[in-house]
Structures are given as C-alpha cells and as structure tokens.
Design a protein around this ligand. Structure first.
Ligand code: FMN
Length: 330
C-alpha cells in the first residue's frame, strides 16, 4: 500500500472530499499593518463559552502576526465573494487596498458583504504538525444571513437546499401528470416559456404586435440600426425568418423606420414610439420574471440561468442560409 504522507496528493484529495465554508481571517500586526488570509480550517469548538478554531500553516507569511495578536476576526464568506477568497489566498501582496474596511476589537480590519463575522480574543495556540491551531473566544459576532460560499474538491461551490420539495406541476390536470411530463425537459421548457409569455402576450396584443414583431423590436432595443439580414441572422433561433414584409409591418405601425427600398440590406431603426414600447415591454417582462421566480433563492435562479445558457449553447442551430441579394429579384 502506498504510504500516505500529509503532503501526498491523494491525502489532499481525500481531505478535499470534506465540503467546507470559506473564511478570511484578519488581524493587525505589531506595526499596525492589516494582515489576513483565506482559511477553510475554521470550525466551532464550544458554545459556552463561545469558542472557535482555525489552523494556520507554519509557512504562512502571516504566522508571526497571528502568533502575537490578541485579537483576530473570522469572516464567513458569502457565495459572491470567491474573488475575495482568491485575493486573500495570494502570498506577499497588499490584500486590503481598495477594500471597504471597518475596525473591530483590537483595531482588527473587518470586511463587509460576508455571511457571518466573529470577533475573537486569542485564547490558545497549539502545535499541529505543519500548522498552528488558533482557538479564539468569540467576543462579538454578526450574522448577515447571506448564502455562504463553499469549497469542495479544490473548487468553489454553492449550497442547494436538498430538503426543498420538487413540486408536482399538474395537480389540476391529472391526465398530464405523468412521469413523462414531470421529467421531460422539452415539455418543462416549453410549458415554462408559454406560461411566462402569457402575460407578455397580452401586453403585445395591446400594442397590436405579434411575437415575431416583438423579437425584432427587442433586438433593436439592445442594438439599433440593423439590416434586415442581420435581424434575420440574430433571430434564427426562433425558427421564423425576418422578412422585409415583417419589418414593413412594424414601419406601418410607426415602431421602426426603414431606410431604403425592398432589400435585406436595408437598415432598420427604432422610432421614438418603438423605443418607448420596447422599454415598457422589457420592464413588464422583468416584472414577470421576478414574479415567476419568487419561490427560488438567488443561487437557484443563477443555476437555472446557467443551465439554460449551456442548453442554448449546445442546441444553437447556427446561422440560417443567408438572404443573399434582394428577397425578390430587382
Ligand atoms: C479555499 C482555501 C482555503 C485555505 N485554507 C487555509 C487554511 O485553513 N490555513 C492556511 O494556513 N492556509 C489556507 N489556505 C492557503 C492560504 O490562504 C494561502 O497560503 C495564503 O497565501 C497565505 O497567505 P500569507 O502567506 O500571506 O499568510 C487556503 C486557501 C484557499 C484557497
């Protein structure tokens, strides 16, 4: 059997199977310089008295400062603070420049935006192989309730609540409530799309717009002055072609101006009315999104969007056959 030493890759990998939170531990050294590093060796020790521990590598440049410090602060990082973790895991750089700092017990630097924060008095220091274990008595703490950043197998991760129910979607419509519909991605995506669009469709009807016309307007809302061929290429994923007739219909409704004759290379621009309608409809769509995702937490929304982006990338049909030259012969 291969020997397993503390520096062994396999030993590190096995330890990495233990998912942890991520902290930044800070203190102030005897020359009044702020010192800090990323540490995931943090743990609770005692409730009464309240005590915590973490361990610091003997090779750390921060060792002398923590060994001498009467106080330190532990920041449990929030899920959007991985950039701070990466910053504080670097050696020999100025880590506190440009950070919004408060001061805690012993003038220790306190970081903001974290999930929880413990201000500690150094109680004990123990030898622990190539690390020193610091035990601190918690004298003050804050709990900000932000979702925590996790670390597992050498990567950052986020927490997903496993105990949350997966709802059945069709309690009303028993005949649709099969394992097929509950689990079939195309059905779920299609149904979510249609239901999300119900409200927006009512708004479109009020303005006399079709879904295809709305797609054209929304593209122009992001980036105006597009040729019809350009719009056709950008909307290939919808399966419909952007023709001169479609854009001419929008021009008749005074949503766009067409600069030129019957040709796919002609440039289309939003009118003032078109821009107002786009802003109104985009705000309505944003409100619909907020309502539709009201029972998801921010991490679930982020993961949902990431999974959809990956699916979109992997199913992109690419550009349509180009509309070369005029649509109808000149
Ligand atoms: C997620 C993560 C967890 C870490 N945990 C610890 C730890 O518990 N103890 C430690 O000494 N170093 C830990 N490190 C490494 C230190 O952050 C890193 O060595 C840092 O450069 C030390 O800074 P210093 O040399 O300026 O003190 C960790 C790094 C990362 C990315």
């Amino acid at each position: 059997m291969a020997a397993t030493t503390p520096v062994d890759r396999q030993f590190r990998d096995a330890l990495g199977a233990f998912a942890t939170g991520v902290t930044i531990v800070t203190t102030r050294d005897q020359s009044q310089h702020d010192v800090g590093l990323t540490a995931n060796s943090f743990n609770s020790v005692s409730l009464d008295p309240p005590m915590v521990l973490w361990s610091l590598s003997k090779s750390s440049l921060s060792l002398a400062a923590f060994a001498a410090a009467k106080h330190f602060a532990v920041h449990i990082l929030a899920s959007d603070q991985d950039h701070l973790s990466t910053l504080f895991a670097r050696r020999g750089i100025e880590k506190f420049a440009n950070l919004d700092l408060e001061r805690g017990l012993g003038d220790v630097p306190l970081l903001s935006g974290c999930s929880a924060r413990f201000e500690c008095r150094t109680e004990f220091q123990y030898e622990g192989g190539d690390h020193v274990i610091f035990v601190g008595k918690v004298e003050k703490f804050d709990h900000f309730g932000r979702a925590p950043l996790l670390f597992h197998s050498g990567r950052y991760a986020v927490a997903i609540d496993k105990s949350r129910d997966t709802p059945n979607i069709d309690t009303e419509n028993a005949e649709l409530d099969s394992s097929f519909s509950q689990d079939f991605l195309i059905y779920l995506l299609g149904r979510a799309h249609n239901q999300l669009f119900l409200e927006l469709r009512r708004d479109l009807e009020r303005h006399g717009l079709s879904e295809d016309e709305w797609f054209v307007l929304s593209i122009l809302g992001v980036s105006d002055n597009r040729t019809i061929a350009d719009l056709d290429r950008l909307l290939a994923y919808t399966g419909t072609r952007v023709t001169y007739e479609l854009v001419a219909g929008l021009a008749a409704g005074e949503f766009v101006n067409i600069r030129g004759a019957y040709d796919p290379r002609v440039v289309t621009t939003l009118t003032d009315k078109g821009r107002r309608v786009v802003i109104e409809l985009v705000s309505a769509a944003k409100a619909t999104e907020g309502h539709a995702t009201r029972n998801l937490d921010s991490e679930e929304i982020r993961l949902l969007k990431r999974a959809l982006r990956t699916t979109i990338r992997d199913t992109d049909p690419g550009p349509p056959p180009s509309l070369m030259g005029p649509i109808h012969g000149e």
